[in-house]
Design a protein around this ligand. Structure first.
Ligand code: MN
Ligand code: MN
Ligand code: MN
Length: 270
């Protein structure tokens, strides 16, 4: 199974149909398409007949003590009005952010990047990679790496913080839609052990259900540490590749280690 993947409706490279096909070919039997702040991938793939069971999922962005945190929602009912209103809020937070990035790039001497980046993004939700691609394709910056190093990376002018809904809200939307809220890739936030423990405690206190104990390729020491953390905090465990594109450097769909014995898998609750 693979409970965390991305398609072209957010920042993935495969269409929802191709993602489903690729996962099936890899032997995945239970797949969640969890695009950033949208259910459109699930909507596009759910009618396809394949050997693979598809779960409705989403990856919602939120802020916790001004740290950007991701919460995956799994097995949600995709037409729940509370969740849909939440997604609408996230979309407008993202649009406001894109406009701010464009304003700042304009001040730095790059006019009209909003329209250009939107052209790159197509129907996908606009993010920094689209601005980067536009700046390179329009010949204004020599390569993607340089765009991030000088303009879009951490601490640069294009590093604009979104006004995401608070942690408790996104968990509540997922719960309202009958789903389970998973704290995604806990090691990616680069928190100290103490801070991570606090985040996980707050996540649970706000009604969160599970910790993503396995995210893509990771070493077994980290897996063990996260499995113990989940158990200590009374959370179930989830696992996913966080697949974005076929690449030798990242896990493909389903290419993840099994959960340690000590974990209580979230899918056993379904
Ligand atoms: Mn992503
Ligand atoms: Mn994420
Ligand atoms: Mn993800």
């Amino acid at each position: 199974m693979d409970l965390h993947t991305h398609s072209t409706v957010s920042d993935g490279e495969l269409s929802p149909a191709d993602l489903l096909g690729c996962a099936c070919d890899a032997g995945v039997e239970l797949l969640a398409i969890t695009d950033h702040d949208t259910l459109d991938g699930y909507a596009q793939a759910s009618s396809i007949n394949s050997g693979c069971e598809l779960l409705a999922g989403i990856e919602l962005s939120t802020n916790w003590r001004s740290v950007g945190i991701h919460v995956v929602g799994l097995n949600i009912s995709p037409d729940n009005p509370v969740l849909l209103e939440g997604i609408r809020q996230q979309k407008s937070a993202r649009a406001d952010r894109a406009a701010t990035i464009a304003e700042r790039l304009e001040k730095a001497g790059f006019p009209d990047t909003l329209a250009g980046a939107q052209l790159v993004a197509g129907k996908a939700i606009l993010g920094r990679p689209h601005f980067a691609t536009y700046l390179v394709e329009s010949g204004q910056v020599k390569d993607i790496q340089t765009t991030f190093r000088k303009y879009l990376g951490r601490g640069k002018i294009g590093d604009v913080r979104e006004n995401w809904a608070p942690l408790g809200d996104v968990i509540a939307w997922i719960s309202a839609a009958g789903g389970h809220a998973i704290l995604a890739h806990p090691a990616k936030y680069k928190l100290t052990n103490l801070k991570l423990e606090e985040l996980v405690r707050d996540f649970r206190a706000e009604g969160g259900h599970a910790l993503e104990v396995i995210s893509g390729r990771q070493d077994s020491a980290l897996t063990g540490r996260l499995a113990r953390l989940a158990k200590r905090q009374g959370l179930m465990a989830s696992a996913g590749s966080d697949f974005h594109q076929p690449s030798p450097h990242h896990a493909g769909p389903g290419e993840i280690d099994p959960l340690p014995q000590v974990c209580k898998p979230v899918w056993e609750a379904w």
